[in-house]
Structure formats: structure tokens, C-alpha cells
Design a protein around this ligand. Sequence first.
Ligand code: IMP
Length: 432
Amino acid sequence: MANVIIIGAQWGDEGKGKIVDLLTEHAEMVVRFQGGHNAGHTLVIGGKKYVLHLVPSGIVRPGKLCVIGNGVVLDPQAFLDELQALADLGVLVSGSNLKISALTNLIMPYHRELDLAREKRKGRGKIGTTGRGIGPAYEDKIARRGIRVDDLFNRQVFEDKLRENVAYHNFMLENFYQSPTFSFETMRDDYLRMGDALSPFMDDVVNILDEYAAAQRPILFEGAQGTMLDVDHGTYPFVTSSSTVAGGACTGTGVGPTRMSAVLAVVKAYTTRVGGGPFPTELTDSVGEHLASVGHEFGATTGRARRCGWFDMVVARHAARVNGITGLVVTKLDVLDGLKTVKVCVAYHRNGRRLDTMPANPAILDVCEPIYEEMPGWSESTAHARRFEDLPQAAQNYVRQLEHLSRLPVDILSVGPDREQTIVMKNPFQGA
Ligand code: IMP
């Protein structure tokens, strides 16, 4: 059995798309289990760039089945636009290489409007969401009034649910947020039309996954965002609204935990975060600028500049606990090339006390000071290394120290955006 979950162990943007693409070679199916088109997974293959938001990164590999699980929230317009963008790049997507769970909740135009209105109302305390309607769509799901993909194919059910939802959300938009409202008829017609376009993709995903798992056909579960953005275990309320941790791969697809064989956590060799919220190792000096410019730290979805800082081992150890991580993937090691020294935050200081674990109240993080361990940097380029031994000694030492401090093996190293710029020490699909 080789069913591997790939998650982000920081605040998202760890480079999961590239790693998913790399490991897809060894899987027969790639499954998205949470989030929506707030995600942005960038792949560079043979110099050609693909940016995916909703469609699993496995789609660029011919012969692989990609699945959007029930834990995802799906904006049909964004989905259809993405299919068009992929077609323009020569990637053909059809009902035979992509399935969408009938249970997947839909993002509606009022979700987007509510997302923007809430952020505006929060003012300076805003979360810094991607403005895609993700949070309000999950709210409706949990409130049991969400509209699911399946509903598009039963006109009466769809109309009844939509009428109720439009009335409810228009009331909130008009009276609480003083924001624009929506027409039931326009939305109904748009969504029924898009439903026709979605129909070849809709399927009973739970049974397909069960068949693959029972036949020992390897499955890769592709997480979006990162552990620190998890709605339970992240820096709440500065989080996204889904379960970004490994457990989300079970609830977001209908595959039980005993069927999973490995949890691979992707981390950058440093840390970034987009949006508001605590970030103890954030750097606002020239090193921060180095990381941002050399690392091209601008969001693939919103184009926003990312905040940058040193690697935070308290975060990594927290991620190890809540995900049951079996191995690390360290990406963007090459971005540290040329720095005189490199630092890792090993613990925090708060009111004169040392904290080795993530404080239960994330608000405390805001007042934590990082305690750093400093190591010599390296001047040589790591971009051409294809074996661990090819790396400069100081870069090897840095990676070994990450292993030592996290008590986790580094299974894969990435030294550039291209598929080729990767060092695989251990493949989670082999020997599982
Ligand atoms: P939302 O997911 O749009 O509701 O945004 C909530 C928080 O998650 C904000 O801080 C976003 O910047 C962050 N976020 C959402 N998706 C991503 C992502 O793919 N990468 C990094 N941050 C993200």
C-alpha cells in the first residue's frame, strides 16, 4: 500500500506543486482534499510554467487520474477558466482524467462578496484573505445550507436551495454590510449552464478511491495552503477555513486513515507568509529583501508580496505533531546561496521564559521573540546539485541540522523551480 499525503508545514507556498508533480510519476491518482482556488501551485517543466489553482498538479502528467474531493470548495467559473488556461498550454482535461466529487460544495458569487465585505469591515485587523469566497463557502457547508455539485443536476432541489440562500445572504449583504446584492434568476441560469459543463467530471469519488486503494494502486493526496493556516491547528483566526493538516486528506476524500502510508511535509529552507497574523521570524531587513527578491516571493494567486523570515523549528515541530509527518521535503535551498550566515529559530522567548512548543493561544505568538541558532552560510550555487554530496559543505550542514532539530529525515531537497532541480534521498512510494 503506497498512499502518500503531501502537506505544507508552514504558512503555505512551500512549493508543494513541484513536489506533487515530481512524485506523480509514482502514483496512479492525484487527489485534492481541501481548499479551493485560493491555492496557487506553480510547476515549471522543461522551462514551461503552469499555474494551477483548483485542478490537482498531477494533471500535467498524461495517464494519471486527478480527483477533486468533497473537502474542496469549488467555484465553477474559476474551474472552467482554469481548464481553458490549461487547454491553451496544450494540457487536455476531460472526464476521463479528472473527476469531481458529487459532494463538493460550490462557491457562489455571494460568498465572494461576503468575503470582501467582511475584510473591509475588519479594517486593519483583516485576515488578508484571497477574496475568493473560501471562508463563507465553508461556513455554509458547516451550517448545512451549502449547495453541492450534485444539486446542479436536480433542478428543483437546486432552485429551492438557491432561493433560500440568496434571500439569506442578500439580507446580510444589504443590511449588515451595505454591499451589493444578487439576483436569484441570473445566478440560477449561470449555475445551471455551468452545471452542464461540469457534468462530465462529476462522479462518485468515494467508490473510485476505494477501488484504487483496494487494488493497491498508489494514490497521492495533494494538500493546499499549510499547517499554520489550518482552521484548528494554525494561527487562528489568521487562517484559512479548511483542514490543511494530513487528517484533512481522510475527511476531504472519504479514505480512512489506516489506508495512508506516509505523510510528506514540504517546508521552504526559510519561511514566508501572505496576509496578516503572527510571524515570529519575520525579517524586515536586507536579508528579508534577499529572500523576497531571490525567492520571487509573490503569490501565484493574488500577486501579493509575501512576508519572509528565517526557518522556524517551533513551527516545524508543531507540524510534525499535528500531521504525523514521516519525512520532510526542503525546497528553495538555493535561495539561501550567497548569505554569510543562516539562522534557524529553535525556540521562543516570552516574558523571560523559553518556549519550546507552539503556544496554545496563537495570539501569544505575536509577542514571542525567536531564539536563533546561527550557522555559516555558503557562497557557491546549489542550483546544479543533483546529489546531496554535490552541495557545498555548509549547505549539507544546514540540511543535517534541520534533520537533527526536527527529528525528521529530509527525504527530498529542491534547489530550483525545474523538475530536474531536485535531490531525492528517499521516495515515499518506494518500499512503502
Ligand atoms: P482565504 O483562504 O482566502 O480565506 O485566506 C485566509 C488566509 O490564508 C490568508 O492569510 C491568505 O493569505 C492565506 N492563504 C490562502 N491560500 C493561500 C495559499 O495558497 N498560500 C498562502 N497563503 C494562503
